[in-house]
Design a protein around this ligand. Sequence first.
Ligand code: DCP
Ligand code: MG
Length: 581
Amino acid sequence: MKNFKLVFFYIKKYKLQFILGFFCLIVCDGLQMIIPKVIQHSIDGVLLPGFRSIDLVKYGLLIILLAIVIAIFRFLWRIFIIGNARIIERDIRNDFYAHLQKLSARFFQNHKTGDIMAHATNDMNAIRMLIALGIVIGVDIIVYSAASLFFMINIDFRLTMFVIIPLPLLTFIIIYFGKIIHKRFRKVQDSFSSLTEKVQETISGIRVIKSFAQEDSSQRRVSKASYDYVEKNISLVKVWGLFFPALVFIIGISIGLTLIIGGRKTILNEISFGEFVAFNSYLAMLVWPMIAIGWVTNLYQRGSASMKRINNILYAKADIIDRDCVNYNIYELNGSIEFRHLNFNYEENEPKVMKDVSFSVSQGETLAIVGRTGAGKTSIINLLTRKFDPPENTVFIDGYDIFEIPLQVLRNDISIVPQDIFLFSDTVKENIKFAKQNATDEEIFAFAKAAQIYDEVMDFKDQFDSIIGEKGVSLSGGQKQRIAIARALLADPKILILDDALSSVDTETEKKILTNLIKLRKNKTTIMIAHRISTLQHADKIIVIDEGKIIEQGNHQQLLKNNGLYANIYKKQQIEEHLVA
Ligand code: DCP
Ligand code: MG
């Protein structure tokens, strides 16, 4: 039960609606229980001498009236209870999402997107079902079984005792089959998602498949998934096929007993004919709570498993947070950076990816980082931006330990064009103004021009209102990079970081972007990572990193003189350029 703390919190928050729903539900259930009584009296009345047909009309009208009132109250309780459960689901999902946003890169490295998606959908569903149906069924169980039993016993105690003997079996059948059905249903769902995944993969990867002439093998993979889906469905159908007959069988026994024993009692005049009919109706009504107990048990188990999974995430501590030493008097950054003897590994038992790294950048300077792939360039950025936390007293901005700077300030004043660019499936314009929502069109166009993407966007059918992604224009790697650069430039941050952001841009365009960049970033700190030295040679300071260690630093001229790795890479790239040219 303690898993449901959050649910109770929200139930309390919306308690008025729940109380109203509860009231409507009880009225609805209660009135429902009166109908067989009305039928009983009308039948017994018909059999009495002196019964007038006008009385029958009265009974008929009464039942219609009851039906109308029941319908109204049923409508109301659905709105109050089921509607409210939807609202709570929404609130929990919002909490969940808000919390996800706080979690660190490390969390997302350790949790699969698919699992998180499942929590936000399937698990939320299970909780909603439990809240809504749990309440409704709970009330139904109590009202239905209490009232039915009361009226049945009132009609004939011994008869009641006989016919209810088989009914508890219903509960067990529901619990038992419910579990199997749920398990198999999950397998059907899994199989379906793997089938759609395969189909989607083969469609989006069709060019690769064709170019490697792998149509047959990809066809085989899809049809295998397709077979699997059918198989899982058949296994589900089989349980359903057993489940209903089992229910009908048990109910049949009770009905049979009623007919035999109750029928005899009617003939012997121990109970009236009307009572016999009413008894049958109440028996039918008693079936529902028996089924409901089993159902709600399963719902509860599923819901609490889901709640546990969601709690695991909701109570996962956000590990990248403002620490106690944070200084909220820091409102903005100036942009000088220093790393002091930084050692770092991503996971405890893994080897170090940063080894005694020290360097500094003054405010307004441009720093370039060069190094082979996997050398640790992006890791430096990850630590500077607190995507991952460095050890204390190793990274300083404006002379402050990075942990003294509020995260909000850090995030506001540093913009990155990351190596793996992500654009939203929204318009080009919205993507560019992502970091500065109040940007004017003029600003957006100006920075698009600076990033050398303006002309290309103007060639799109809807220009800056073109949607990016599957439903709209598909962009080349270089186009994406330049849109991301425009986005970062528009934010005009105190520190701008370009992580390999020009890798897919041709050298001509690159030169133009760099010229604009130098103009726009005058007196503002910029960090550039690139494999091409032509991109970096104008930087005030260049550090060369290899296997997590800084092996050279200086400006272009100094490093060439050094004749180390930098000079080596530079020469190779010069020869390549000559060959290409
Ligand atoms: N690494 C890791 N966990 C991460 C990121 C990186 O274990 N979340 C490891 C992989 C490499 C090392 O850290 O062994 C350095 O990775 P970087 O991403 O810092 O390397 P680069 O950015 O220099 O490489 P590239 O030029 O390919 O981007
Ligand atoms: Mg990298």
